[in-house]
Ligand binder design. Structure first.
Ligand SMILES: Cc1cc2nc3c(=O)[nH]c(=O)nc-3n(C[C@H](O)[C@H](O)[C@H](O)COP(=O)(O)OP(=O)(O)OC[C@H]3O[C@@H](n4cnc5c(N)ncnc54)[C@H](O)[C@@H]3O)c2cc1C
Length: 490
């Protein structure tokens, strides 16, 4: 082929995010030549913008905090929270391997675990954050992959997986920087392209019940689902695709010309959510996908307003690279959003804010007054929905803001079915020779490890872990190493 660069390797990885980089490290450790192809200009995927929190069990950090945790307890929480569609085998496999094969493994690759945070559904605290969140975590792992001799080819979108007979033998794609086509020959191929929640068409195809609703795109920019198409063409079996994890504290990105992307905002202590009738409808402290999203989706119309005063915005963070400098929020850009987005109303009194929002003024003012009264009385919880008031304060510092929030599609809990060695399975549950998948394209691991709800930290953690498993077995099938072995926490 003219203008085509030919490349040869042992293991070819599509996507250099959490799963792709973890897989690369594992395959390099086994001695295989590895190239990870990444469509973006830089590696990291959604993972590099993530909170960097993994659900880890029985760790030194937990021990230091006096928390006694066991794989049995974590498994019980997992299955109760995720429901009957959680994959018990993969959940158990992941949980058992979080201590040695994730916590200590990440440390060996330069990562420092720094703190923990409670999350809904967990009976003990186990959401564990890496230093500098996803940014720090991924930069350390990318650095380690490089030091071990792994190669990342950026700016390169893979658009085809080559086959000879039934066997996968390589890839084709285009390098956007050089304009050249690439033709890759590989002994095994590992798909780690992430989810599809930055592609609204795919979200609606998986959740046709939401057609006509305003749903925001909300994963990393690269999460458009190209990998799903590639595996689909080869006959890979997709399962539990309606299991999409939505968040509600998200507002449209007014800079997006297509008005499809959402911006997730976090860390606004004490903000309250009111519906178009001017009433609160939920305990805002329970902001996870399991209870907050169904609560928002039950409102008519299906949106709400996050109310905050100026003082409350001081800690606001936006989970989008434009609003951050590495792991630090950029305050001026956050103010720019608050002052310019047509989806954010601002007023110097609560009365005027109600008019701007076009909500029922009387109801709204009464709602805020009741909340303010609970704060003034220093109640531990406000009486209506039981929200703890420890981090809350009265609404009393103008200007007041109302941020319009809509459901945002964030994480795919369903994906391509794989076996426990991450071989992609077809509809007969038989492996497609030479083809592996890990991370969010495989519903984080195996197809549907979380079930309907995640305990948090159960996306990044399983993506890294399944990446390692896939990398080990992809290297093995290419003739290197024994496959992934690991050390359970028994
Ligand atoms: C803002 C945010 C915060 C999050 N915080 C947390 C958290 O704290 N804890 C948690 O558990 N989970 C969190 N998640 C979810 C978690 O980050 C993802 O589930 C995880 O990164 C998935 O890993 P992955 O490797 O499968 O995909 P990614 O990390 O998204 O990597 C996939 C990569 O593949 C590339 N790619 C896609 N298609 C192609 C192609 N055709 N050719 C070449 N490259 C391609 C993409 O550009 C991307 O770089 C968060 C997600 C977001 C968006």
């Amino acid at each position: 082929m003219a203008g085509t660069e030919k490349i040869e390797t042992d293991v070819a990885i599509i996507g250099a995010g959490a799963a792709g980089i973890a897989a690369g490290i594992e395959a390099r450790d086994a001695g295989a030549r590895v190239i990870a192809f990444e469509q973006s200009a830089a590696p990291g995927g959604s993972a590099i913008t993530s909170g960097g929190g993994c659900m880890l069990v029985g760790t030194p950090l937990q021990e230091k905090a006096g928390i006694r945790d066991t794989p049995d307890l974590a498994f019980k929480d997992w299955m109760e929270w995720g429901g009957p569609t959680a994959d018990a085998q993969w959940a158990r496999y992941y949980i058992e391997h979080t201590l040695h094969d994730l916590y200590h493994w990440a440390e060996r690759n330069g990562v420092t675990w720094v703190d923990m945070k409670p999350q809904e559904g967990n009976s003990v605290v186990r959401w564990t954050r890496a230093e500098q969140s996803g940014y720090g975590l991924m930069n350390k792992l990318i650095e380690s992959f490089g030091k071990k001799g792994g190669t990342i080819v950026a700016n390169t979108t893979i658009s085809g997986i080559k086959r000879k007979g039934n066997r996968v033998i390589g890839l084709t794609g285009t390098n956007a920087a050089t304009g050249k086509k690439i033709d890759v020959t590989a002994k095994t191929v590992l798909v780690a392209t992430g989810g599809f929640n930055s592609n609204l068409d795919k979200v609606i195809a998986a959740r046709p019940d939401l057609k006509g609703e305003r749903i925001l795109e909300g994963s990393g920019r690269g999460a458009t689902g190209i990998g799903h198409d590639l595996i689909g063409e080869l006959g890979g079996y997709f399962t539990h695709m309606d299991h999409i994890w939505f968040y509600v504290y998200a507002t449209p990105d007014y800079k997006d010309p297509q008005q499809r992307r959402g911006l997730v905002f976090r860390l606004v202590p004490g903000n309250i959510w009111v519906n178009q009738q001017g009433r609160r409808f939920h305990n805002e402290a329970l902001s996870g996908g399991n209870s907050a999203s169904p609560a928002l989706l039950a409102q008519t119309p299906r949106h709400a307003w996050a109310i905050m005063d100026l003082a409350m915005t001081a800690k606001m963070e936006i989970a989008d690279p434009y609003y951050r400098d590495g792991d630090r929020p950029v305050r001026e850009k956050i103010m720019e959003l608050l002052d310019n987005s047509p989806f954010i109303k601002k007023a110097d009194t609560l009365e005027k804010l109600a008019l701007e929002m076009k909500v029922d003024k009387k109801e709204f003012l009464e709602t805020v007054a009741r909340y303010n009264e609970a704060c003034e009385k220093k109640l531990p919880k406000e009486p209506e929905f039981g929200k703890p008031l420890g981090a809350s304060k009265k609404f009393d510092t103008a200007p007041y803001y109302a941020v319009q929030i809509f459901p945002l599609a964030r994480k795919n809990f369903g994906g391509v079915k794989t076996d426990i060695a991450c071989h992609v399975l077809d509809k007969h549950f038989e492996p497609i020779p030479g083809l592996f998948a890990a991370g969010e394209i495989a519903g984080m691991a195996g197809g549907h490890i979380n079930g309907k709800a995640g305990l948090e930290g159960t996306m990044l953690g399983p993506s890294l872990f399944s990446g390692r498993v896939a990398g080990g077995w992809a290297a093995h099938e290419a003739g290197f190493g024994k496959g992934f072995v690991g050390k359970p926490n028994r």
